[in-house]
Design a protein around this ligand. Structure first.
Ligand SMILES: Cc1cc2nc3c(=O)[nH]c(=O)nc-3n(C[C@H](O)[C@H](O)[C@H](O)COP(=O)(O)O)c2cc1C
Length: 174
């Protein structure tokens, strides 16, 4: 079972829709998955679930349990201010260390309004995952100009769909 992390808590974000599309493609390939949507984090988790309050927020603990149940993750990551969203870092900072991502595997998908497709965001996240002991698949998806290339729940640029299929195939063997 693969866990797809939708890495923003912004309302109206495209990221959960891209995560859903990814899950549909995994389903077509016969691969079971679960979406972990950071929109569902408790709004006050930065205060009620971190540091001295670790383990004390039952709603956040459910997120920890989902992470603990999985060995493979697909991070769907929007580009915010030339990096990944701060809420993703805060989420990771709230997870048990070490152990939450140690010896696990990840594949990365970036999306952006601009031309980078989250390239820097994925680089920054890769550094953090390396620190946490996670192996990251070399093939990263960079979905640039996402508003122009995503409609009715699907990626409309054939190149993106080709790369997504390749990423699924390689992540299955990874
Ligand atoms: C706080 C914030 C910062 C953003 N910074 C960038 C950026 O640096 N580069 C870019 O191409 N798009 C940027 N965007 C646009 C997002 O990449 C765009 O909204 C895209 O759809 C993915 O984010 P979403 O899932 O929140 O919709 C930013 C959006 C927000 C909300």
């Amino acid at each position: 079972m693969i866990c797809i992390i939708s890495a923003t808590n912004r309302q109206q974000a495209l990221t959960p829709q891209v995560a859903q599309h990814y899950q549909n493609q995994l389903h077509e390939a016969g691969i079971p998955s679960q979406i972990l949507d950071l929109q569902g984090l408790p709004p006050d988790f930065a205060y009620s679930a971190l540091y001295q309050n670790a383990g004390k927020n039952p709603a956040f603990n459910q997120f920890q349990e989902v992470i603990d149940r999985h060995e493979k993750f697909i991070f769907v990551v929007p580009e915010y201010n030339g990096s990944f969203p701060g809420v993703l870092k805060t989420f990771i900072d709230g997870l048990r260390y070490p152990g939450s991502f140690q010896d696990k595997k990840a594949a990365l998908v970036g999306l952006s309004s601009g031309m980078q497709g989250g390239a820097l965001a994925l680089s920054h996240l890769s550094d953090i995952l390396a620190y946490l002991g996670t192996d990251v698949l070399s093939l990263r998806l960079k979905l640039y100009r996402i508003e122009a290339h995503f409609a009715e729940g699907k990626l409309t640029l054939p190149l993106f769909n080709d790369l997504l299929s390749q990423q699924i195939a390689r992540f299955q063997k990874f």
